[in-house]
Design a protein around this ligand. Structure first.
Ligand SMILES: CC(=O)SCCNC(=O)CCNC(=O)[C@H](O)C(C)(C)COP(=O)(O)OP(=O)(O)OC[C@H]1O[C@@H](n2cnc3c(N)ncnc32)[C@H](O)[C@@H]1OP(=O)(O)O
Ligand SMILES: O=C([O-])CC(=O)C(=O)O
Length: 380
């Protein structure tokens, strides 16, 4: 029995709510948060300020930002039980699985976790934003057989993460570069992981359940997981002069190229332009890295072959070269995406649940009709 109804496969173009946080014009490659272009956030703001702005729904004043910054710093430590649990994770654990499990465990340790009032959701968001960073660094340290590094309260969010990851203080330039990368990943409308976080919280479930679901959604290679896959591709290509043949062969075989294409952008993703500029800056300073040169060649071939179909590099295309320049292993690229996106997820859940409605779409039934139960002995 087929009902005569249209299907919005992949919910493409379906608007299920209103939001004041993020605007995207995919045709023109425009992205704004609270009406302010992403390029201005990247140039003039910080991860801390953008996170607070999304939670507030407006730009904070100096006192509000100082208080929020102090709150984040005061909440950086993670419980000893969670540290022990991270140390006990199997060697070779997939970092996104480890992160999903650690965030879930953090919820178990948080006495406020079941509180879904707006005040509690906000307080938990601040802790989650602060602690994602500590959790990811701790997972990386434990998996590399190193001691977990305690957070410092005299560093920025970005600087402290790099410090906890590497055990040495980053330069001001490195911390700022990482801060910009975080800003570019904070929020992006109703992407799959934000939608997942909202779907979970729309049942009036708790923040930790929503964030754990979102981490699971971000992990896949069609979404946040693409940044790691881009690095896998660069290693497969090996050198810039092999890039065009590699891409042409993949496209001839109808295989997808990681880090390009987007459900909404049918033009350059503006975040990929900002990341490309910074990647080029770092590459020029330190002598163009092979990775950067390969990416340039891949971009050229992809735009030549797929540009007229609206397929261009997305945010995951250049981020990996920036992270590699900062000494970060590719397995941690997607956790870093989560480290930034946690702010967007939390702000979106808070915004949606303020006027909540259970998310429950429908499907068109295409199965049998008028069937009857057949006893086992009468079946083929
Ligand atoms: C942070 C983020 O989540 S950004 C996205 C990260 N994901 C990636 O980089 C993975 C690679 N990209 C993709 O798989 C896709 O572009 C998606 C899933 C992101 C979005 O695409 P969708 O809107 O679902 O488009 P869909 O996958 O249906 O593609 C439409 C057409 O473009 C082609 N296409 C889309 N992306 C690519 C790609 N990366 N490489 C080659 N061809 C592609 C498809 O093969 C399809 O061709 P067809 O019409 O001949 O069958
Ligand atoms: O919006 C999307 O579908 C994917 C994306 O770019 C993001 O989440 O940053």
């Amino acid at each position: 029995m087929t009902q005569n109804q249209d299907i919005a496969k992949g919910l493409e173009g379906v608007r299920f709510t209103e939001s004041k946080l993020t605007f995207i014009n995919g045709q023109e490659g425009i992205l704004t948060h609270l009406g302010i272009p992403i390029q201005e956030w990247a140039e003039s703001s910080t991860f801390e300020e953008l996170s607070l702005a999304l939670l507030l729904g407006r730009l904070p004043n100096a006192q509000e930002l100082a208080e929020f910054d102090a709150e984040l710093k005061a909440n950086r430590e993670i419980p000893a039980q969670l540290q022990d649990m991270i140390r006990g994770m199997p060697q070779g654990a997939v970092p996104m699985q480890a992160l999903r499990t650690a965030v879930s465990y953090l919820g178990l340790l948080d006495a406020q976790s079941e509180d879904i009032t707006p005040e509690a959701r906000r307080a938990i968001s601040v802790r989650l934003i602060a602690q994602m960073s500590t959790i990811i660094a701790a997972i990386q340290r434990a998996q590399s057989g190193k001691d977990i590094v305690a957070p410092r309260a005299d560093l920025t969010h970005a600087g402290n993460f790099l410090y906890m990851l590497n055990g040495t203080e980053p330069t001001t330039e490195q911390a700022r570069l990482f801060d910009i990368a975080l800003i570019l990943h904070v929020d992006h409308g109703m992407n799959a992981s934000t939608f997942t976080a909202i779907a979970t919280s729309s049942t009036l479930s708790d923040m930790y359940s929503a964030m754990t679901s979102a981490i699971g959604a971000l992990k896949g290679p069609l979404h946040g997981g693409a940044n790691e896959q881009v690095m896998v591709m660069l290693d497969e290509v090996g050198s810039p002069e092999k890039a065009a043949d590699y891409i042409n062969q993949k496209l001839d075989n109808k295989e997808k190229i990681m880090g390009v294409g987007h459900r909404v952008y049918k033009n350059f993703d503006p975040r990929s332009r900002v990341l490309r500029d910074y990647a080029a800056l770092v590459a020029d300073k330190e002598g163009k890295s092979t990775y950067y040169q390969i990416l340039e060649q891949i971009e050229k071939t992809v735009v030549e072959r797929l540009g007229d179909r609206g397929i261009y590099p997305n945010v995951d295309f250049y981020s990996g070269t920036v992270y590699t320049d900062l000494g970060i292993q590719k397995e941690y690229f997607t956790p870093i995406f989560a480290l930034a996106r946690i702010s967007g997820w939390c702000a979106s859940v808070i915004e949606y649940t303020a006027d909540n409605r259970l998310l429950r779409p429908s499907s068109v039934y295409t199965g049998e009709s008028d069937a009857h139960y057949v006893p086992m002995q009468d079946r083929q």
